[in-house]
Design a protein around this ligand. Structure first.
Ligand SMILES: [Zn+2]
Length: 303
């Protein structure tokens, strides 16, 4: 689900591209520098002090951010729905939210990196990072992106719904809800279609990757190429509004195993005619699947 700002406008969603950009900026600020302050504001790490450690590098892995230290430790953070790292010059006001939202502070002589609403904060030996990220499939934005391996993993669960499978980070890492719904729309694939029924899975995955790469160097997440306000997405956040291609009202539904549902948007015209829909997930009402019953799909790993 997307976050909203005070005006209720959809704001950027932490997906692989957001994490990639954050890691790049953090790396520029911290790599090679010694921390004069390194504190955690969560109970389980409250007594840990990273001051004196030197940052080797900051790298993204899927939607995880890894801060590697010269002393052989790695700090991992995850944004989930609402987290962010903000970078300030020392002495300037922190503006990322109220003080009680701060979860970590990493400061050098030149920069102060402040982590707001971070999740899954952990500190492990660098050679044990796999404990935290070893389950991830190929990183869609990584230098070692492996399409064949991603397709192989997706293909291992042919009955899974594609809208769920694209979010499961064990299949491939980095895609979140926004790029999921937008790439499904662009390829005319219904979110409830079985993985095995998607006509060209490789093209779908590559389209998601192309959309994400187009947004790598900016905080905006534009999937239409239209810079005008309110024109930046095809279906994401547009329930009830006319499809930009056919005029049909965009639908909003929840998808995923019980208690793990995520909202999804789709055009019942553009995304129904060209892809078979799992009959188990269909209701009498065209284009509006009913929620999955238990056992319809395996538990999802969104993180
Ligand atoms: Zn349409």
């Amino acid at each position: 689900m997307a976050g909203t700002d005070a005006q209720g406008t959809l704001v950027s969603v932490p997906e692989g591209d957001t994490v990639w950009l954050a890691a790049r900026r953090m790396n520029t600020a911290l790599a090679g520098a010694t921390l004069r302050r390194g504190e955690f504001r969560i109970p389980q790490l409250a007594t840990v002090d990273l001051a004196g450690a030197t940052v080797r590098e900051v790298v993204p892995r899927g939607k995880h951010l890894l801060i590697r230290l010269d002393d052989g430790r790695t700090m991992r953070t995850h944004f989930r729905m609402d987290g962010s790292w903000h970078i300030y010059r020392p002495g300037t006001t922190w503006r990322g939210g109220p003080g009680h939202d701060v979860r970590a502070v990493l400061a050098t002589e030149q920069w102060e990196c402040v982590g707001y609403r971070l999740h899954d904060i952990d500190l492990v030996p660098t050679d044990e990072e796999d404990r935290l990220v070893g389950h991830l499939g190929p990183d869609i934005l990584g230098p070692d992106w492996d399409l064949e391996e991603a397709l192989r993993r997706l293909g291992e669960h042919p009955d899974e719904q594609i809208g769920v499978a694209l979010l499961d980070q064990r299949n491939l890492a980095g895609i979140g809800n926004l790029y999921k719904v937008e790439s499904l729309f662009l390829l005319g694939v219904h979110p409830w279609a079985r993985v095995a029924d998607v006509p060209d899975l490789a093209r779908l995955v590559e389209r998601a990757r192309t959309l994400m790469r187009a947004n790598l160097h900016r905080p905006e997440q534009n999937t239409t190429g239209d810079p005008r306000r309110g024109r930046d997405h095809w279906v994401f956040g547009r329930q009830g509004r006319p499809c930009r291609r056919c005029g049909t009202a965009i639908l909003l539904g929840e998808q995923g195993p019980s208690t793990q549902e995520r909202v999804t948007w789709w055009c019942p015209s553009c995304q129904a005619a060209r892809s078979p829909i799992d009959p188990q997930a269909r209701t009498g009402e065209p284009g509006r699947p009913r929620p999955l019953t238990a056992g319809g799909t395996r538990p999802v790993r969104y993180v």
